[in-house]
Design a protein around this ligand. Structure first.
Ligand SMILES: NC(=O)c1ccc[n+]([C@@H]2O[C@H](COP(=O)([O-])OP(=O)(O)OC[C@H]3O[C@@H](n4cnc5c(N)ncnc54)[C@H](OP(=O)(O)O)[C@@H]3O)[C@@H](O)[C@H]2O)c1
Length: 326
């Protein structure tokens, strides 16, 4: 089958190799399905953060989110059957499992759900990673309510664009930081107030917010503590500029939060069939819009990682693995 693999430890985008004769995954085991992949979403930082984890098994197919058709079901799979259109997220921390930048991927039944019917595979493939990250940040970790004011850093990005829409859907007052060229896009998504991070210090504009969702990190994170009200909540998902190792990040954020009198969390997204179902329902009822900026063929995966900054204005980059007619 066709797939994109990284062969070299510590490799970057130029080390991603497009190959056409990779062995197809084996038959699915108990609780697994084999998915015929139509499209897969890209998280550009993945090529950097996989090297933070020991035990990466090479060569490795990257990409954890996908949309496609169930090709074969393993024993004890009860919710999906051959031919179903599904979307999903395989475990982003499992670095011994091949990902979805390939014609076929193995997923667990618990990692997939029926694809939203109102969008095609390319739009559906851009949903699971960013949609689940935003959902878990807002509702599992920040416990966002309709009475809250939330500040979202990186509001126009892949994760941020879902966070803005979900926060708005929950009834919260939503403020987002982004470049000025993204303002009309953010207005369409439902943001109440946008702050241009290139020209305005957000701390001059907002105070005493209940929740901050940080997808930017570094100095933006450092400057965020003092704009939260006492007892407020901060959730971060980025490793950018957090001065500690991967396994100590949660501890670091918690201690930092304690010193400012706020609850702070850092987390890694996990797959959830239930949450994918809820997100799919919101998409099909028109309350949530997947945002895809660029679609590239699978053979140009390295461009998606390498040129992410240039080709990517807002929303997600998606790789087309096959057309809807194939
Ligand atoms: N922990 C997890 O489970 C998890 C899951 C998914 C993603 N992530 C991480 O979350 C981060 C965001 O991912 P993504 O896919 O949303 O990335 P993305 O699509 O590249 O979005 C990042 C956004 O941040 C904006 N930005 C850059 N600097 C900023 C600043 N100083 N203030 C405000 N906005 C700024 C960018 O805008 P411009 O266009 O102006 O540059 C862009 O819109 C990445 O670090 C990714 O690795 C973590």
């Amino acid at each position: 089958m066709k797939a994109v693999r990284v062969h070299k430890y510590g490799g970057g985008p130029k080390d991603l190799v497009y190959e056409e004769d990779i062995m197809q995954p084996p038959h699915p085991k108990e609780g697994e399905v084999l998915v015929r992949v139509y499209a897969t979403g890209v998280t550009p930082n993945e090529i950097v953060w996989i090297w933070e984890h020991p035990g990466v098994s090479l060569p490795l197919i990257l990409g954890h989110e996908f949309s496609g058709l169930v090709e074969e079901v393993g024993p004890k799979v009860s919710n999906q059957m051959k031919g179903d259109a599904v979307y999903g997220l395989t475990d982003p921390l499992s670095l011994t499992r091949n990902g979805a930048e390939a014609e076929y991927v193995i997923a667990k039944e618990s990692e997939i759900a029926s694809k939203p019917q109102t969008v095609d595979h390319e739009y559906a493939a851009g949903v699971p990673m960013a949609g689940l990250t935003a959902w878990q940040a807002l509702f599992d970790h920040a416990h966002l309510s309709s009475k809250d004011t939330i500040l979202i850093h990186g509001a126009a990005g892949g994760v941020g664009s879902f966070a803005v829409q979900l926060a708005r859907w929950s009834g919260a007052h939503v403020i987002g930081t982004a470049s000025a060229y993204d303002f009309s896009f953010l207005e369409d998504l439902g943001v109440h107030d946008a702050i241009d991070y290139n020209n305005t210090r957000f701390e001059d504009r907002v105070h005493d917010v209940d929740v901050i969702f940080d997808t930017v990190g570094g100095k933006t994170l450092e400057r965020s503590w003092k704009v939260l009200r006492r007892g407020g909540r901060l959730v971060s998902v980025t490793s950018q500029g957090i001065p500690t190792s991967y396994d100590k990040r949660q501890e670091y954020l918690k201690e930092k939060g304690d010193s400012f009198g706020v609850n702070a969390t850092w987390f890694i997204v996990h797959s959830s069939r239930e949450q994918l179902i809820r997100i799919g329902e919101l998409i099909d009822s028109g309350q949530l819009r997947p945002v895809v900026d660029t679609i590239l063929p699978l053979s140009q995966a390295n461009k998606a990682y390498e040129g992410a900054k240039d080709i990517h204005k807002h929303g997600k980059i998606v790789l087309r693995v096959r057309t809807e007619l194939e």
